[in-house]
Structure formats: structure tokens, C-alpha cells
Ligand binder design. Structure first.
Ligand SMILES: Nc1nc2c(ncn2[C@@H]2O[C@H](COP(=O)(O)OP(=O)(O)OP(=O)(O)O)[C@@H](O)[C@H]2O)c(=O)[nH]1
Length: 309
């Protein structure tokens, strides 16, 4: 399934390393793929689009290579200021990479945002690899058609067909990347899987639970910050987070009847954070109204985005 170029096998002991960016339309499966390749949950995944706001790195060590994944926000046509910041960040992430993986949702095919991405990639000079994802949902004939359409549009050096969900094709992709990256020292210690600070990852996890729970009711007008992180003498950790919403009506939705909704969100988030930390977690969630946070430069900095003027 691959047509990997000939790469010199490194001498015994030589290490390889590099940055690999994932670019794709919202919901193409970028976060799912990074998590699968890294073997742990480093980037939050939901069925809703535009889940990934800032760049999250996952680090995989495979053979003698360290592969640093740059997971970007989905690329789409920006409508609001936050959209513009996310899309700019995504393309910025691609420019810093040694190699770009272009993810296409094979079930959706090449249209809309995916077609626009291929068009824009023509001007990007980094080597590009096509990844057709969600092959568990598509017949082989459609995959071949997509492969040829995409390769006519952009000069891809290889094509992989994977299912980020089942893991099918992922080992081939890792093998390829491990050989493809340049020789060089590793960037991170061997056991590190992400450079996302734990406070931020914990906020992302709560955001995921909020989205999963509230579906359409609270589109993208919420933002979560971890305000306090206190290691307690008994080995547990006390975490305080604030969910910022734009309107009082949204605050009521997040709280739910007698606080039921926020309790459920808190419980799901606490369990997941505790699983990652392997530590007992006390999670305290607060909801605050902060009008127009979407226009506040400070919020963008916290999310690792540049503020678009
Ligand atoms: N059937 C199937 N579903 C998948 C596969 N990969 C991802 N998904 C699903 O597709 C949805 C979107 O996945 P994400 O990983 O959040 O997509 P993303 O590209 O990171 O999305 P954004 O953060 O919005 O840019 C989730 O419901 C995943 O479970 C796959 O290989 N097969």
C-alpha cells in the first residue's frame, strides 16, 4: 500500500527525528490518528468539528526515530475571528514541519474544505504524504479513485490508507515515518509523549466532556481555564477550573437542573484526568460569564493562538 522512497538505513545507533504536521478538514480524524500513533490520548477527540483549537504535539518513538506530531486545528473557511486564528495556526504549524501528512476523510471524499486544502497545498514546499482515513467505512474502489484524484491535484510522495479508529495501516505509516525523517538527535526525553502542559491538557479534557454533553446547545462560545493546581500532601491533586461562557443563558445550560449537568461533566473529566495522572483528583468546576471573550487577545494567547487583527 505504500510506495516509500528509498531512504538510507541509518548506521546502527544513529537516531532520527523530526516534526510531522497533520493537516486536514475538520473531523478528518487528525486527533484520533495522533492518539493512535502515539499510543496515548494527547489530543482531545469528539464527534464535533473544530475540537482542536491550538496545536498539540504528540511524540511517538518508533524504531530509532522520534516523531513529533503537530496536530493542527481543522482547516476550513473562516467566518469569525477565532476561526481565522485557528486556520492561521494550522498553516503555521505546517510550515514548521519536516513533513506534512494530509488527512482526507475517505468517507466524505474530496469536496468542500478538503478540496480547498489540496488547492492551497500546491504552494506549500514541504514534502507531503496523503493519508486516506476512515477506510473502515469505504470500499476499495472509492479509495483508488480518491488516491488518483488527490495525486493529480498535489505532488504527494506517498499514499497511505488507514483507519485511525481501528489502527489498520497505522504500523505501516509509523514504519515509513521512522525511516523518512532525517538523522538527528531526539528532541524530547524518551518517555515523553506530549509537550502540552498538564494544566492545559486537563482543561482540554473538561472541554471535551462539555462538548460531548451539550452537543448543539453551546456551540463554540465556551472556553476553559485551569486556574489552580495544587498537589496535596496525601498524594492527591486539587484542580480548579473555570468554564467561561458568553451569556447568562449559557451559564444556566452548563449548570443544568440543580447543577446536574456540571456535576456530570466534572465527574467524567475528573475520572479521565485521574487516569492520566495516576493520581487521585479533586476537580472543582466554576462557570463564569465573560462577554465577548472571543474578541479578547488575552484568551487567544492562553490557547496558543495569534490574535488576528
Ligand atoms: N469510522 C471511523 N471514524 C473515525 C476514524 N478516525 C476518526 N474517526 C471519527 O471521526 C470523528 C472526528 O475525529 P477527530 O480525530 O476529532 O477529527 P479532527 O480532524 O481532529 O477534528 P478537528 O479537531 O475538528 O479538526 C470522531 O468521531 C472520530 O471517532 C476512522 O478511521 N474511522
Amino acid at each position: 500500500m505504500t510506495d516509500a522512497p528509498e531512504t538510507a538505513t541509518p548506521a546502527t545507533g544513529a537516531t532520527r527525528s523530526g516534526f510531522v504536521a497533520l493537516i486536514g478538514a475538520p473531523n478528518a480524524g487528525k486527533s484520533t490518528l495522533v492518539n493512535k500513533l502515539v499510543g496515548a490520548k494527547v489530543s482531545i477527540v469528539t464527534h464535533k468539528v473544530q475540537t482542536t483549537r491550538a496545536i498539540v504535539r504528540g511524540i511517538a518513538t518508533h524504531d530509532n526515530a522520534q516523531i513529533v506530531f503537530i496536530d493542527t486545528p481543522g482547516i476550513f473557511k473562516p467566518k469569525r475571528r477565532l476561526d481565522t486564528a485557528m486556520v492561521t495556526t494550522a498553516w503555521g504549524g505546517a510550515k514548521d514541519a519536516d513533513l506534512i501528512l494530509v488527512l482526507i476523510d475517505a468517507e466524505r471524499g474530496i469536496k468542500g474544505d478538503a478540496a480547498a486544502i489540496l488547492e492551497r497545498l500546491k504552494d506549500v514546499r514541504q514534502p507531503k504524504v496523503l493519508i486516506l482515513n476512515k477506510v473502515d467505512r469505504v470500499n476499495p474502489e472509492k479509495l483508488l479513485n480518491l488516491t488518483s484524484t488527490a495525486n493529480e491535484a498535489v505532488d504527494f510522495e506517498s499514499t497511505f490508507m488507514v483507519s485511525a479508529l481501528t489502527g489498520s495501516g497505522c504500523k505501516d505509516l509509523l514504519d515509513f515515518l521512522a525511516k523518512r525523517l532525517p538523522e538527528g538527535p531526539w528532541y524530547y526525553p524518551e518517555d515523553q509523549i506530549s509537550d502540552l502542559p498538564m494544566r492545559q491538557l486537563a482543561a482540554e479534557i473538561t472541554r471535551e466532556k462539555l462538548y460531548l454533553r451539550l452537543h448543539q446547545e453551546l456551540p463554540y462560545s465556551s472556553h476553559i481555564e485551569t486556574e489552580k493546581w495544587e498537589e496535596l500532601p496525601n498524594g492527591s491533586v486539587r484542580i480548579q477550573q473555570v468554564i467561561y461562557v458568553e451569556r447568562d443563558s449559557q451559564k444556566k445550560i452548563v449548570l443544568g437542573h440543580k447543577g446536574e449537568t456540571i456535576r456530570a461533566i466534572g465527574q467524567a473529566s475528573r475520572m479521565e484526568i485521574a487516569g492520566i495522572l495516576e493520581q487521585k483528583v479533586h476537580l472543582f468546576l466554576f462557570v463564569k460569564v465573560r462577554e465577548n471573550w472571543g474578541d479578547d487577545p488575552e484568551r487567544y494567547r492562553e490557547m496558543g493562538l495569534d490574535f488576528p487583527h
